[in-house]
Design a protein. Structure first.
Length: 201
């Protein structure tokens, strides 16, 4: 994936699909995620030494299929110290969970298991008044071998000196196949059309 400014803007061709985290926040004002917000998030997580992977619609855009998406899906390594750093980094940008969850609670694997099993919770949604166009959905689990995917992720410099890691295509397709919603299936069709036999490699 090329690293030009135009390519980075293509990654952000985004807004207004329903999220997965419950009741919706006010609609994004501009109708598009802002490049500056994505850069700020990537820089904050990078500076805080938070290993993360971009998934969801932004990853779909990064792999070549430009479509609207409402939020930024992130998978982080769910070690308690990483969770604490991630919450602090996002708080520095004005982000807070939309439901009353602390970093300590989110860092507890038993608590996350109960959320998933009892509430069907897949992501923890974050919202910031300073970055209204770019809400974040933080995965409640690591739906793959995180270290393996981190090694094989697509590494993109979103801004000079600010790297981001985007989930590799084959794993993104598997996540979408497992989710099985109409938008996920449409994404799979388009990405396989674009990438052909390389899509599942």
């Amino acid at each position: 994936m090329a690293g030009s400014s135009d390519d980075r803007h293509n990654v952000l061709a985004c807004a207004s699909l329903p999220g997965r985290g419950g009741a919706r926040q006010p609609e994004p004002e501009s109708g598009k995620m802002k490049l500056a917000s994505l850069e700020a998030i990537a820089k904050a997580l990078h500076d805080a030494n938070v290993p993360y992977l971009i998934a969801g619609g932004v990853a779909v855009n990064a792999h070549g299929y430009g479509r609207l998406t409402q939020d930024l899906d992130l998978v982080i390594r769910l070690a308690p110290d990483v969770v604490n750093r991630a919450f602090a980094a996002l708080a520095g940008l004005g982000y807070a969970p939309r439901i009353p969850v602390t970093a300590e609670g989110f860092g507890d694997p038993e608590q996350r298991r109960r959320w998933m099993e009892e509430k069907g919770m897949l992501v923890l949604p974050f919202y910031s008044d300073r970055h209204r166009e770019t809400p974040i959905d933080l995965f409640v689990n690591e739906p793959f071998d995180f270290d393996e995917e981190y090694r094989h992720a697509v590494r993109e410099e979103i801004a000079p000196g600010i790297p981001a890691r985007i989930l590799r295509l084959s794993t993104l397709l598997k996540l979408k196949q497992d989710a099985g919603r109409p938008q996920d299936l449409a994404d799979i069709d388009e990405l396989r059309r674009l990438h052909g036999g390389d899509a599942d490699a």
